[in-house]
Write a protein that binds this ligand. Structure first.
Ligand SMILES: [Fe+2]
Length: 184
């Protein structure tokens, strides 16, 4: 698991406000607070080699954020020279970047894997707009490369992978999503 900007807050807070304690501390690290060993989870460093031709970052490690889904990851991929998969933007898109000439082309990708939030619980949005997409990323990993898929999640929580729908469709007769009150 990669450390995100929210995950690093306790560690960074201690380092800035109590550096003498931070030098010895292991408690205020997210891998301790979330008890990684109990779940057999390991902390990964940014640019973690996820699959052939792909590295994973959370997305906050270097500056730059686009409002266009996929564009943040594409820019980071172009800079790093390798396909990048990341979170952080809460947007869901695969954006290619191709370089080359004379018919010799090479394509790398920036992949933003969406979010798994209940956006109604995000009080800091204050019911305002957010250009976010619920979803996740899926990779078919081969020996020499990996094929990325972006999987969108519907408002009712259902999604489709390889033609199969997971989760129950909760819509009214005209196809509208059913709200919490049960009305379509
Ligand atoms: Fe983030």
């Amino acid at each position: 698991m990669l450390e995100g900007n929210h995950d690093e807050r306790p560690r960074k807070y201690l380092a800035s406000r109590a550096p003498a304690l931070a030098a010895e501390d292991t408690f205020y690290r997210f891998e301790t607070l979330l008890d990684f060993p109990a779940f057999d989870v390991k902390k990964a460093e940014p640019y973690y080699p996820l699959a052939p031709g792909w590295v994973a970052v959370h997305g906050h490690e270097s500056p730059g954020m686009s409002q266009v889904a996929g564009a943040t990851a594409r820019l980071k991929a172009a800079k790093a020279g390798i396909s990048i998969v990341m979170g952080h933007t809460h947007r869901l898109a695969i954006a290619p970047h191709t370089t080359g000439h004379n018919g010799k082309l090479r394509t790398i990708y920036g992949f933003e894997v969406g979010h798994l939030m209940d956006v109604r619980q995000a009080g800091y949005l204050k019911n305002g707009p957010a250009n976010w997409q619920k979803g996740f990323g899926l990779f078919y990993v081969g020996k020499y490369n990996a094929t990325p898929h972006a999987i969108p999640i519907e408002d009712d929580g259902s999604f489709v992978v390889e033609g199969q729908r997971y989760g129950e469709i909760k819509r009214g007769p005209r196809g509208k999503f059913i709200s919490k009150g049960g009305k379509a």
